[in-house]
Design a protein around this ligand. Structure first.
Ligand code: NAI
Length: 341
């Protein structure tokens, strides 16, 4: 029986890129049924009171997996970001962002193949801010042993399962001795006896090294804010927002989405690059293959990856990465390469 997967098309370019991606997955023979739900401005337009209606988060909880397009955060009105709400409600504690060179996409470096594993629930994103007195505010950085341990365990098991060569923790424990100190203490403990080598870099020196030679790193383990900044830095190394996929993973559910936003400036023009969401969908298929012992999904993922690599290699790409195809034509080009015989 087909596996049901929640699809949240989202706002702006979201519906265009998600329908392109669903077409590719269907053409590749992925045995999935899509259950569509709203989030973002699309949810408000459909009559919901919240940008993340309970019906949408309940569906993700029920099916444990979702592919999500970008959602616009309405300005004003007290609405919070759909992504922050989703992470909190579903306890999606690990953000995973693979960053690799793509064939046919020329960038400053070759051979980049990095994975950023970012703690998604605490640090400076805990939202604990106070006005101490006029002109003085504080923002609390929270680190808990529970969250530090589980993200380190996640990084270790990810690196082992995927045959990665090393995990490097980025930190600033020389200054934030307690919070980053706890992060490191937990990581050292978790990586004790690990078959995948583990090391550490102070984040400023690590960033300098990253832009000098990104091939010197493999998996980067980061607390929340460092992970946010470092993953965009790394995205810039391989071609930017149109080619950067992501996943937010918890014990009970996982949501796969591109790093980019709803791009209102090009929405509805058939210009958006659907590749980042397609790459996120490939991550989703690999996740299902691994977690649900379903090799079929792994085979489909490999076929799709081969097809978009071949299309890019042949110069079939969208405008943001130097090509001339629109959203629909790029999806067609990938579909045409799914079954080369
Ligand atoms: P953005 O990522 O939507 O756009 C930045 C620039 O990149 C724009 O020029 C856009 O045209 C271009 N771009 C983005 N994705 C592209 C794609 N797939 N193909 C070609 N070009 C692409 O960032 P911005 O403008 O800061 O945010 C717009 C809205 O998206 C905001 O409401 C923001 O809150 C939301 N957002 C949502 C995210 C999510 O749901 N995961 C993530 C980031 C932003």
């Amino acid at each position: 029986m087909a596996r049901t997967c929640v699809l949240v098309p989202g706002d702006g370019i979201g519906p265009e890129v998600s329908s392109a991606v669903v077409r590719v997955l269907d053409a590749a023979g992925a045995d999935l049924t899509w259950e569509r739900h709203h989030a973002g401005v699309a949810a408000l337009e459909a009559g919901a009171d919240e940008v993340l209606p309970a019906e949408t988060s309940d569906a993700i909880r029920r099916h444990r997996i979702a592919l999500k397009g970008p959602c616009t955060t309405p300005i004003g009105g007290g609405f919070s970001s759909v992504n922050v709400a989703l992470r909190k409600q579903l306890d999606l504690y690990a953000a995973v962002r693979p960053v690799r060179n793509l064939p046919g996409v020329a960038t400053r470096f070759d051979g980049v193949d990095l994975v950023i594993v970012r703690e998604n629930t605490e640090g400076l994103y805990s939202g604990i801010e106070n006005v101490i007195t006029e002109g003085v505010v504080t923002s609390l950085k929270v680190a808990t042993e529970k969250a530090c341990r589980r993200i380190a365990r996640f990084a270790r098991s990810y690196a082992e399962r995927r045959g990665r060569s090393r995990v490097t923790a980025f930190h600033k424990a020389n200054i934030m001795k307690l919070s980053d100190g706890l992060f490191l203490e937990c990581a050292r403990d978790v990586f004790e006896g690990s078959p995948v080598p583990y090391d550490e870099r102070i984040i400023d020196a690590g960033c300098m090294r990253l832009v000098q030679d990104p091939t010197a790193f493999d998996v980067l383990l980061c607390e929340n804010l460092y992970g946010d900044v470092v993953s965009d830095l790394c995205a810039g190394l391989v071609g930017g927002l149109g080619v950067t996929p992501g996943a937010n993973i918890g014990d009970a559910a996982a949501v796969f989405e591109a790093v980019h936003g709803s791009a209102p400036d090009i929405a509805g023009e058939d210009k958006a690059n659907p590749l980042a969401l397609l790459m996120s969908a490939v991550m989703l298929l690999n996740h299902l293959a691994e977690r649900e012992d379903a090799p079929h999904f792994g085979e489909v993922a490999a076929r799709i990856r081969g097809a978009y690599d071949a299309a890019l290699q042949a110069g079939e790409k969208t405008g943001d990465i130097g090509g001339s195809l629109g959203t629909t034509a790029f999806a067609d080009a990938v579909i045409a390469r799914l079954h080369p015989n």
